[in-house]
Write a protein that binds this ligand. Structure first.
Ligand SMILES: *Cc1c(COP(=O)(O)O)cnc(C)c1O
Length: 374
């Protein structure tokens, strides 16, 4: 890496690089694909079952159900608990639009509750947003940081609501020893290639301890059919491909090293950037896997431009709060001043496993130079 940087003179740091460079990993993946091609059960094949068992064990849950995407996971989870027209579902304004979409696709209304400085839903504001129509809470573990599930769970129990975790960004993250996805009635994951534990195409997974819900999910992911023939409940085709499951079984074996690398990088950024921007904080008991390393930065546009000139690609994840998307402008305007302030300042720095120590040092030095910090 260092040699490459010297040769090109100008170091280029992409935000994400999804190419598989490790030759032995590539060989393992190709071998897994080869096995699937040989047996030919391309959808819901034996690797899907093995993958589901492995993910259930990882998440310390009884059941895992593979799906076609994180969007499928959320939609199917909400369908499985009976969310329907006229219901309200409380969530955060800060997420990828899939969270709002899943609620809306069930015919329900998404209700945005403001975030705290950690970019996650502020539990202190949830009670006031509950109405007689509220059925569920969908906390999003944004950037991979697990929400305060103890407080959210307490509210849900007291008010008779179901909690569905949007853990799309948080596979492997923990809080007080509990892994993301293990705390709600259901936990929903996306395994799209951008995620820390990603497939090599679209994929998702739902975890739960409830057998009835698991069976319902298996039906809903295949057109709402029973015995894969008779439709009982109209639904989508949201099954998991065998090839993706086979490749993710390989990925799962390498996940710990990937997470460790991201955490090392986060610790480095936190040390270097403390005086320049607001860095993500890990509270005692937090174990963050850093889907994104998202800082809060003043003069963000100028910083982005400066970093671009330094060859560094950054990303605003996500630039539009969910209630502000065109499709949701008709809803009553939520009171979300913290999210509105933070969405103008968040910036995600390159932090995947392709970022070399030299590149990380270049990112840190470039940010510090912008703010005139030593
Ligand atoms: C990625 C993501 C989703 C959607 O997952 P897809 O696999 O892209 O459909 C949902 N919620 C959050 C918070 C996400 O980051």
């Amino acid at each position: 890496m260092a040699i490459e940087a010297k040769a090109t003179q100008r170091m280029v740091v992409p935000y994400r690089d999804l190419s598989v460079r490790d030759a032995s990993l590539k060989a393992e993946l190709l071998e897994a694909v080869d096995r699937v091609l040989s047996h030919g059960r391309l959808i819901l094949g034996p690797e899907v079952e093995a993958y589901e068992q492995a993910v259930a064990a990882y998440c310390r849950r009884r059941y895992a159900v593979g799906t076609g995407s994180g969007t499928d996971s959320l939609y199917l989870a909400l369908r499985a608990i009976g969310i329907t027209a006229g219901d309200e579902v409380i969530t955060t304004p800060m997420s990828w639009i899939a969270t709002f979409n899943a609620i809306a696709l069930c015919g329900a209304t998404p209700v945005a509750v403001d975030v705290g400085e950690d970019l996650n839903i502020d539990p202190a504001l949830i009670d006031a947003a509950i109405t007689p129509r509220t059925r569920a809470i969908v906390p999003v573990h944004f950037t991979g940081k697990v929400c305060d599930m103890t407080r959210i769970d307490e509210i849900a129990r007291r008010r008779g609501l179901i909690v569905v975790e949007d853990a799309a960004q948080a596979f492997g993250s923990m809080r007080d020893g509990a892994v993301a996805g293990s705390m709600g009635a259901l936990g929903c994951f996306s395994m799209n290639p951008m995620k820390v534990f990603g497939a090599y195409g679209e994929a998702g997974t739902i975890v739960t301890d409830d057998e009835t819900i698991a069976r319902k999910l298996q039906s809903l992911r295949y057109a709402g059919t029973v015995n894969r023939e008779d439709c009982h409940d109209p639904s989508i085709n949201g099954r998991l491909d065998t090839v993706q499951a086979a490749m993710m079984l390989v990925g799962l074996r390498h996940l710990r090293a990937k997470i460790d690398r991201r955490r090392e990088l986060a610790a480095f950024y936190a040390r270097e950037l403390a005086g320049a921007v607001v860095c993500p904080r890990e509270e005692a008991g937090d174990f963050q896997t850093y889907y994104s390393y998202t800082v809060v930065a003043e003069r963000r546009s100028a910083l982005i431009e400066h970093l671009r000139e330094c060859g560094i690609e950054t990303k605003i994840q996500h630039p539009i709060l969910m209630p502000n998307h065109t499709a949701y402008r008709h809803l009553p305007r939520p009171h979300i001043p913290v999210a509105e302030r933070l969405v103008e300042r968040i910036l995600s720095l390159p932090n995947d496993d392709h970022v070399s120590p030299e590149q990380a040092a270049h990112v840190a030095a470039s940010v510090k130079r912008f703010y005139g910090v030593q």
